[in-house]
Design a protein around this ligand. Structure first.
Ligand code: FEO
Ligand code: CA
Ligand code: CA
Ligand code: CA
Length: 599
């Protein structure tokens, strides 16, 4: 019953040319409009954005910075509506030098006052905002909606559940119970569960702690997670919990998956420790044949692993409340790839060396140090696993391995086939028997990214992929209503070195004779990456996040000089107002003929 799309489905838009400049570009037969920008009102009564007079209090009521993942929950809940819903949006991090006038030339120790630190904190986390099409069919933010909410590390109390909740390794002086934590940050890709909750990942949490680790018992754990970070946000100068010397166990309270109920604005978000602690990238999910939920999760760092969590209980499709704590019980697995197949290895205390002999006294220890547990099981180190997207159309799973500059020639293997890999690859996995609960899987590389015109790069695409279709550094992915895969790219800081052009959004054929053929529908402004592609159920609207415009403005082919400050950014997208810095924004993309995005 696999839907087979025709080549025309993939080619139903006019491709955007390769290049890089100050603004975004959308296929000529599509429209792209701005829906919401950093600083726009979210909560009723939010003050208008005044960039020179910004405060944490204002920011807590306004749209945050660096929009990343976007999830869509149709309203009314339970409907398949494509004209009204809730957007659940991550705000991954802040570019403070682009947000505040005068910061670039200042001594950061003097400039980074409590005011700046708390604006940064208030601009992190997430936003829930109701959106709807107006009488003209244009999407608008519903600013008076009762659902609108900001979730931040400055303001949102969360609880901790699952096997590690309350463990002494999660106890701090502010929370001697180990059950309560203030907020979440560095939330990257994410997911929406079948019962309409939002899963927020916690990714590069090590960049938020100052000071030297002072707890010998946590030394190896902290080192594996990248502590102390060379450059950290100085929040810890004003909030002691972010100072490792004072609170050496606070980092154990981050690196989890947070579940939020957007339909209840008063609900307390919950960190679900059963899903493990690492640098979480994404929480897309699917059902097993017997109705349990499987959450796929990358750990985005060079030589780290791919995980899945399978719930013990079954999803109750008719009763939201019955699923409230489903994510607290189940099995976390890590992937091993071999030449002729792969296997999911369970991270269960007491099995396969995950016991006292290796320093794991309980399942809580296994989860807190999931990376070290995965080492012992023999998991396969990957080229930075980013988003993982199961296709509802085919049951196959797509894994973006974005790049890995440090892979040495002797570390090359079948799934990571290139050393000094600047370009990345996409893995296609097929669970045995078409069941996401299976422990065995088949796998193949659907594309090896990079410019196919240079054989030394070793790229692999469908031969019809043209000069504008190939890409590098796949990151966020989404499958649309027609079962087509869409890939957003992130070449990272240090500018567009791996492609010579801006990041973008691409359609990638995964089936039929055009399998492996890519085409570009959208190109980002200079310095930006593209995140969070999200379709309405009918596929006629695509919400797309443009993150950190103007941030990476090293000299480009068009002669931009390296600039990355409020005063002289590489672009002032999307306002192009001399008094306004560039602003991360969510776009609404529609086809001019009103049909599905992408044709
Ligand atoms: Fe936040 Fe892995 O990108
Ligand atoms: Ca990013
Ligand atoms: Ca990402
Ligand atoms: Ca990335």
């Amino acid at each position: 019953d696999t839907p087979q799309y025709t080549p025309d489905d993939i080619f139903g838009f006019e491709e955007v040319p390769h290049g890089i400049d100050e603004t975004h570009h959308i296929a000529a037969d599509h429209n792209a409009g701005i829906l919401i920008r950093w600083g726009d009102p979210v909560l009723p009564g939010a003050p208008p954005f005044n960039v020179l007079e910004q405060s944490a209090a204002s920011q807590l009521a306004q749209f945050g910075y660096n929009n990343d993942y976007i999830g869509f929950i149709p309203l009314p809940y339970g409907s398949n509506a494509s004209d009204r819903g809730l957007l659940c949006i991550h705000h991954e991090y802040t570019n403070d030098d682009l947000m505040h006038a005068g910061m670039a030339d200042a001594d950061p120790r003097e400039f980074y006052t409590r005011r700046i630190a708390e604006i940064s904190m208030a601009a992190h986390g997430g936003t829930i905002v109701e959106v709807a099409r107006d009488g003209n069919g244009n999407w608008q933010v519903v600013t008076e909606s009762k659902y609108n909410r900001r979730i931040t590390p400055l303001s949102t109390t969360m609880s901790i559940s699952g096997p590690a909740a309350g463990h002494p390794r999660l106890q701090t002086s502010e929370d001697p119970t180990g059950h309560n934590v203030m907020g979440t940050f560095n939330n990257c890709a994410g997911g929406i569960t079948p019962w309409g909750t939002w899963l927020m990942s916690e990714e590069n949490f090590n960049f938020y702690f100052i000071g030297q680790p002072s707890d010998e018992a946590e030394a190896a754990n902290h080192e594996r997670m990248g502590f102390p970070a060379g450059r950290a946000y100085p929040w810890g100068a004003y909030h002691k919990r972010f100072d490792l010397a004072a609170e050496p166990r606070e980092p154990n309270r981050y690196g989890w998956v947070v579940e939020v109920d957007p339909l209840d604005p008063a609900s307390t978000p919950v960190k679900r420790t059963a899903l493990g602690r690492f640098k979480h990238e994404g929480c897309e999910n699917a059902l097993t044949k017997d109705g349990r939920l499987v959450v796929y999760m990358g750990d985005d760092q060079q030589f780290e692993y791919l995980y899945k969590f399978v719930t013990a209980g079954m999803v109750d499709a008719g009763d939201r409340a019955a699923n409230a704590d489903l994510l607290d019980n189940g099995t976390l697995y890590v992937a091993r790839f071999e030449e002729d197949g792969g296997r999911w290895l369970p991270l269960v205390h007491g099995q396969n060396g995950l016991d006292e002999t290796n320093g794991f006294a309980s399942q809580a220890d296994v989860l807190i140090e999931a990376r070290r547990a995965a080492d012992i099981l023999g998991a396969t180190p990957l080229d930075r696993p980013e988003d993982v997207t199961p296709s509802p159309a085919t049951g196959k799973i797509y894994v973006a391995l974005t790049n890995s500059k440090e892979r040495a020639p002797e570390q090359v293997d079948a799934v990571n086939p290139r050393a000094a890999n600047l370009w990345g690859q996409i893995v296609e996995m097929e669970p045995e028997g078409g069941d996401h609960g299976a422990e065995n899987f088949a796998w193949t590389l659907i594309v090896k990214c990079g410019d196919p015109r240079f054989p030394a790069i070793g790229a692999a695409w469908h031969p019809d992929t043209g000069e504008n279709g190939w890409f590098t550094c796949p990151d966020n992915m989404e499958v649309d209503a027609k079962g087509r895969l869409w890939v957003a790219t992130d070449q990272g800081s240090g500018w567009s070195a791996s492609s010579g052009g801006a990041d973008g959004l691409y359609a990638l054929a995964t089936q039929g004779e055009k399998r492996g053929l890519a085409r570009r529908i959208f190109r980002a402004p200079i310095g930006a990456e593209v995140c969070g592609p999200c379709f309405t159920p009918d596929g006629t609207t695509l919400f797309l996040a443009v993150q950190h415009p103007g941030a990476d403005g090293t000299k480009s082919f068009k002669g931009f000089e390296r600039t990355s400050t409020f005063e002289d950014p590489a672009t002032r997208w999307p306002d192009f107002d001399a008094a306004m810095p560039p602003r991360p924004s969510v776009l609404v993309i529609t086809a001019k003929n009103g049909g599905p995005v992408g044709g």
